[in-house]
Design a protein around this ligand. Structure first.
Ligand code: GLC
Length: 608
């Protein structure tokens, strides 16, 4: 009894000692970082400080050898269309490209390491052969935080495999109008769902808290704030609402991301009641930094400060004084509002007292603190070849395939036509979208706008998946135009939207195209059950397509693992998805049919 008591008390004492030590070490590490930041900051010249606040697109650099060193740049990014020389998008090419810039930064006087940023918004989507996950609208339909964290761990590993250390993700937009071209980048129209998935994404990218681990990738919650609430869904438009509504709809995901330890936040293009976010000191400084206690740094969007006006130096003055810490500049010396102009203007503003040294020091302190938290000063630039080799691996694709399965929403299943039998005799598949990897992936895939066809190496189309899963005795025929509709036992029709990104995807009419509706009607005329699969970045008005379909599946933008769609169509996995946003004229948030009641609340058990 005595021993047990001593042991019991001993165990409690041990637990207390451990917790005290952990807290002390943690606090010590934090204090240590703050001391290291203050010490370095005290060494820095104004040129070196302004350089840290300057982020330049790789395509804009006038001299890729000199400018990182010469201007002490804090960050380089590659925007959606900015590729390594010659457009070589292989992992090795990106690895060489990114680590070269990072090595140049280490040659400066104080050797402040570089943050290299890229839009890895559904996998490491600029890299040929990388796994492309479903876009966020499908991830929102799955609503599986554990899977989201695993997805972003995989993405972080693939990013680290190319020597890059900053992802401009997760997008926390609460999209309120499907006319917006970025609806698919938003998990949902529900701030609570966006909050839980956004926090999971930050944890996945950063590996819990930011650390010196090579696969701890800096996450970037974006775009703060109200990007999804603009009038008529116009991209970069005006979000008109009172402050209570703004806080209720658009602030919760950032509160959750900050609690999850997000190291950077990207400021949005949109306005709130007519004031551009990039110049909104109340929201950027009073709310985000003071009220919510955000200690990371704010980065502008692509040339977003240029919209403040009336001239570029006032753009710089307004945005930096509002609380912007780093400015994303896509223009080189041959264009206006370029990075040399930014550097010159900001130094002049400091000299004239229009931007205080205190504001400069606050911005640089925030940037340096993140770099120290990531261990970049001590982390070698060299990348573990195993990480590079794992890009596009079967293990990574298995995670994406699971995300596809869980993202699908069954909206109609007349006479239980689904699941289809693998031993069906004659299955007809129609629609170009059934065999189009680029369409499955959507925008932000290899290029900014994405493209049709074999857009990347690896992956499977929906048709590939059907052919792999069905019995060899089954006769499967495919045509893009429905010219193969002779006496089928069932028809699968795959239709949807061509790839787009940002404002290029803004629409005023959300009708499913006339040609898609006609193809579904033609399938219906064959007299067999019709299963319609919609590939889209948002709900669309289905009109006649709804009545002509016996079963209807919203597949969103599933990415490279199209075989996950076939797995569910043929019953190897259950439907698990629920609408992450209302379907106009049909169903509310949360609607979804399942193969069995038990499936409704059970995420698919799988070995991924
Ligand atoms: C774009 C997007 C933003 C992206 C940035 C860099 O315009 O608004 O989401 O991260 O530019 O590509």
């Amino acid at each position: 009894m005595l021993i047990r008591t001593i042991c019991g008390r001993g165990r409690r004492i041990l637990v207390f000692v451990y917790l005290f030590a952990a807290a002390t070490l943690g606090a010590h590490a934090g204090a240590d970082i703050d001391q290291r930041v203050d010490h370095l900051l005290a060494e820095m010249t104004l040129n070196e400080k302004v350089g840290q606040m300057t982020q330049v697109d790789s395509d804009a650099l006038a001299n890729r050898e000199d400018d990182v060193r010469k201007y002490f740049l804090g960050s380089v990014l590659s925007g959606g269309n900015s590729d390594p020389p010659g457009g070589d998008n292989s992992a090795q090419s990106w690895l060489k490209f990114a680590t070269h810039f990072e090595s140049l930064a280490r040659q400066t006087r104080l050797k402040v390491p570089l943050l290299y940023g890229i839009d890895a918004v559904h996998g490491h989507n600029n890299i040929d052969g990388a796994v492309i996950f479903p876009h966020n609208i499908g991830i929102g339909a799955a609503d599986d935080p554990r899977l989201v964290e695993r997805e972003e761990q995989v993405t972080a590993d693939e990013i680290a495999g190319t020597g890059i250390n900053w992802a401009f993700a997760p997008c926390l937009a609460v999209a309120r109008n499907e006319c917006w071209g970025r609806t698919y980048e938003s998990f949902s129209d529900d701030p609570a769902l966006d909050s839980r998935l956004g926090a999971a994404a930050v944890a996945g990218f950063q590996g819990g808290q930011l650390s010196e681990n090579a696969t701890s990738i800096l996450a970037c919650a974006k775009h703060f704030m109200g990007d999804g609430g603009t009038m008529d869904g116009i991209d970069q438009g005006n979000t008109i609402c009172d402050e209570a509504t703004l806080r209720r709809l658009f602030l919760p995901p950032y509160r959750a991301a900050i609690r999850a330890g997000v190291g950077s936040i990207m400021v949005s293009y949109n306005s709130w009641n007519g004031q551009k976010m990039s110049g909104n000191e109340y929201l950027l400084t009073e709310v985000l930094k003071k009220e919510l206690g955000f200690r990371g740094f704010l980065v502008s969007d692509w040339a977003a400060i240029d919209q403040l006006g009336p001239g570029y130096q006032t753009d710089v003055e307004k945005s930096i004084n509002a609380g912007m810490d780093m400015v994303m500049i896509p223009y080189g010396p041959d264009q206006p509002n370029n990075y040399l102009e930014f550097i010159r203007d900001l130094k002049e503003l400091v000299a004239e007292g229009k931007v205080s040294q205190t504001r400069i020091d606050d911005a640089v302190r925030r940037i340096l603190r993140v770099k120290f938290q990531m261990g970049l000063f001590d982390r070698p630039i060299a990348v573990d070849p195993a990480l590079t080799a794992a890009i596009g691996s079967p293990e990574h694709r298995a995670v994406a395939c699971q995300a596809v399965r869980e993202s699908l929403v069954l909206m109609k299943n007349k006479d239980h036509v689904l699941p289809l039998s693998k031993t069906i005799k004659r299955l007809t598949v129609v629609g170009a979208a059934a065999n189009d990897l680029g369409m499955q992936c959507g925008g932000w895939t290899i290029s900014w706008q994405g493209s049709h066809g074999k857009v990347t190496h690896g992956g499977t189309t929906i048709l590939d998946g059907i052919r792999r899963i069905i019995s060899p005795k089954a006769q499967v025929t495919f045509s893009a135009d429905g010219s193969n509709l002779e006496d089928p036992d069932a028809v699968i029709v795959v239709v949807g939207e061509s790839p787009y990104a940002e404002m290029k995807g803004d629409r005023t009419n959300l009708d499913l195209s006339v040609s898609d509706r006609a193809l579904i009607a033609r399938a219906k005329s064959a007299g067999a059950p019709v299963v319609t699969i919609l590939i889209s970045g948002r709900p669309l008005n289905l009109n006649s397509a709804w009545d002509d379909s016996d079963a209807f599946v919203a597949a969103w933008l599933p990415g490279t693992e199209g075989e996950g769609v076939a797995d569910v169509l043929f019953g190897d996995a259950p439907f698990a998805g629920k609408l992450p946003r209302p379907w106009p004229g049909l169903f509310p948030d949360g609607f979804g049919l399942f193969y069995s009641p038990a499936a409704e609340n059970r995420k698919v058990a799988t070995s991924w």
